[in-house]
Design a protein around this ligand. Sequence first.
Ligand SMILES: NC(=O)NCCC[C@H](N)C(=O)O
Length: 303
Amino acid sequence: MINPHVSNETAKIKTVVFGLPNRGPVPSLEEAYDAKSYEAVQKGNYPSEQAVIDEMSAVLNVFKKYNIEVLRPKQLDHYNQIFARDVSFVIDDTLFVANLISDRGLETGAFEDIFKSVGDSLELMEAPIRAEGGDIILYNDILFVGTCKKENFGKFKTTRTNYEAVEYLKSRFPHKHVIPIELKKCDTNPTKGILHLDCAFQPVGKDKAIIYTEGFENKSDAGLMQEIFGKNNLFEITPEEDYYMNTNIFSLSPDLVISERNFKRLNTHLTKEWGIAVEEVPYAEISKMGGLLRCSTMPLVRE
Ligand SMILES: NC(=O)NCCC[C@H](N)C(=O)O
């Protein structure tokens, strides 16, 4: 029996669910459900099965090095199971089952044993609520929820978390400040839209964050982040860095992260300016499917 517990993005990780290195068949343009996959299909450079296996093995080695307990979903046939983050998410002591986009619907069943392992600490997000873990970002008494302009929900495949989810989480966690962040959306051009909130923002350390404010629909949300974290505690990334998903690293503790080896400016800032050690891994191929390190990890227990 596991007692799920996560209240922020950075406390020492004990147990993590890590996606499987199955990328499924290469989708057609019509089947792609995020802009980076769309672009990779269009350009003919969708990652190979072997590249995905190699990149995820490098992350597994880091988990092993730090004695982190790793759980895996059950393997499905011919299905993309890399991005465990979105399938479910822990808020405080409850494991929520996401209500995923239907294109990813089979991923939930593959988590059955993980859901069973938490006993009664399980709760379903049901229609009309739509929510995916990439949009849920915890910062202790603050809960950031990535969403989009109300009139855009359902018009894009990259709209995954709706205002019904925001309202539900407000009532479910009355002691938390639930802050919706509207994201720009575009299904075909990754430079014009943001899939999930963790593709434009993530707290690191104890009081800092990596941020891409150009991905936010409202300028006021950039101001709000400055109020919460303070200007010097925000590392603003460039459009090019966002294209490669620099916000989407994974914290093992407040002073240790796993990051992509090509994120030179970010990794230098983390180590030299913020005293956060970086385990560098190759993950650039996986980024072509619209997710990176946060997206493929789902923390079940942090300290
Ligand atoms: N949290 C995330 O941003 N997850 C990445 C999911 C990528 C996947 N291709 C999707 O569109 O759902």
